[in-house]
Design a protein around this ligand. Structure first.
Ligand SMILES: [Zn+2]
Length: 422
């Protein structure tokens, strides 16, 4: 029987460490130290172990389900324990090709409750999704939760985290809000590549994207949400019904999560990315408040030269605003910059990205022609045929990649023929 036993939870002021042992063929899915930790900017020593156990269970449980294994813990919060069956069903529906089995054995289930003192806390990366959700829940004075889960076994200085943190702190200051800051190794204590090696094909998705990140990110905040008596944790949606994808963070999963007297709300799923740009653009046009959107993944600032940066920049332009007002340091000749980028990168665009992002930007720009800040774009961008250009670029790419290979093969063959005939 494959088993994971949570042996020990130790708490030291603002940090909690989890130590576990593994029985059966599961060690390959974990880094050798068998240790997870969370560190907060809040003291958490008074938080009961039944609540502290939640993040560990949340990180590991989906793996127990797909590998038909047992997780054993001493104590767990009743609300969380009970919500897991709904979470499991939601994932099972999302990934019908893998049978979700396994179980959770808890020695003692404790019923913790509180009367909420804060209406909301909102996960906040500083990106478009998070800022949209912030605008939508601003009236509830949300605490802003910002996380970094990519440390190794210990915390080490990290530039990306420092930049994320500084941005979140100054954003909160601007609105008189409090920050919840969380550092962890939840992204590294599980060896995702090994799980992907065994399950990517069956799941049709990676472990981190399909099953891990949503629960990891939300559950990390639960011990502090308990301490501060927060009624609801808001997580911004990254997807929309316009294109349904399997994803660990999905309304069918997140909205079932419960802890003590708290709940989770997966926000703004009904909005497309372009709709969100409009929410943000409209809000900042009216309030004139300064803002720096942070969309570039794992970068200190927006590079303005990757698909995600340029897609966001063009979405803002299409709404009739200058992206420089929202934290993008774009070159003066944006039209040329975009042309060069597409020449280089359009071959890597997926059909989905073209349909759900780029074509919507084009039609928005058509609607908004009179308000476009960078007029040169109007001369070509709206008629740019992404599918066609991608096809051409791919063909060119393949020819340039394959001609030298074929040449080499022909040469080798000719040499062989000569060698044999001599
Ligand atoms: Zn970028």
């Amino acid at each position: 029987m494959k088993k994971i036993i949570l042996n020990k939870i130790t708490v030291n002021q603002n940090r909690v460490d989890y130590f576990f042992t593994i029985e059966g063929n599961l060690q390959k899915y974990f880094n050798k130290s068998n240790h997870m930790f969370l560190e907060y900017n809040y003291e958490i020593s008074q938080v009961p172990h039944a609540i502290l156990a939640i993040p560990f269970v949340a990180n590991v449980m989906p793996l127990m389900w797909i590998t038909d294994s047992v997780l054993i813990v001493d104590v767990l919060d009743k609300s969380f324990y009970e919500c897991l069956k709904n979470v499991k069903t939601a994932y099972q529906n999302m990934f019908p090709n893998v049978e979700f089995k396994g179980k959770l054995v808890v020695d003692k289930i404790e019923d913790h409750t509180y009367t909420p003192e804060h209406e909301a806390a909102s996960l906040f990366s500083g990106g478009l999704d998070a800022v949209t959700t912030f605008i939508r829940v601003k009236d509830k004075n949300p605490l802003l939760i910002t996380e970094y889960g990519w440390h190794g076994d210990e915390i080490q200085e990290n530039e990306v985290w420092n930049a994320d943190k500084e941005n979140a702190i100054s954003f909160a200051e601007q609105y008189g809000l409090e920050n919840i800051l969380i550092q962890s190794n939840y992204g590294t204590f599980i060896h995702a590549q090994s799980i992907d090696y065994d399950y990517h094909k069956k799941l049709g998705d990676s472990w981190w994207h399909g099953l891990h990140h949503g629960l990891a990110i939300i559950s990390a905040a639960i011990p502090v949400a308990f301490k501060l008596r927060i009624q609801c944790i808001y997580i911004a949606s990254s997807n929309s019904p316009q294109f349904q994808v399997a994803c660990a963070s999905d309304p069918t999963v997140d909205n079932h999560i419960r802890y003590a007297s708290g709940m989770v709300n997966h926000d703004a799923y009904e909005l497309t990315r372009q709709d969100k740009v409009k929410v943000v653009v409209d809000y900042y046009s009216i309030t004139k408040e300064p803002v720096q959107l942070r969309v570039c993944f794992k970068n200190k600032e927006n590079c303005c030269n990757c698909e995600k940066c340029l897609r966001t920049i063009l979405s803002i332009v299409a709404e009739g605003r200058d992206p420089r007002a929202l934290g993008f340091n774009v070159p003066d000749d944006l039209s040329l910059h975009l042309k060069l980028f597409l020449d280089r990168e359009v071959k890597f665009f997926t059909h989905t990205f073209i349909e759900i992002y780029w074509k919507i930007i084009q039609s928005k720009m058509r609607e908004n022609q009179d308000n476009i800040f960078y007029k040169e774009l109007l001369e070509w961008f709206m008629d740019y045929n992404f599918a066609e250009e991608r096809k051409k670029a791919l063909f060119k790419y393949r020819v340039t990649q394959f001609v030298p290979i074929i040449n080499r093969r022909i040469k080798t063959k000719i040499n062989r023929i000569f060698a044999n005939s001599q």
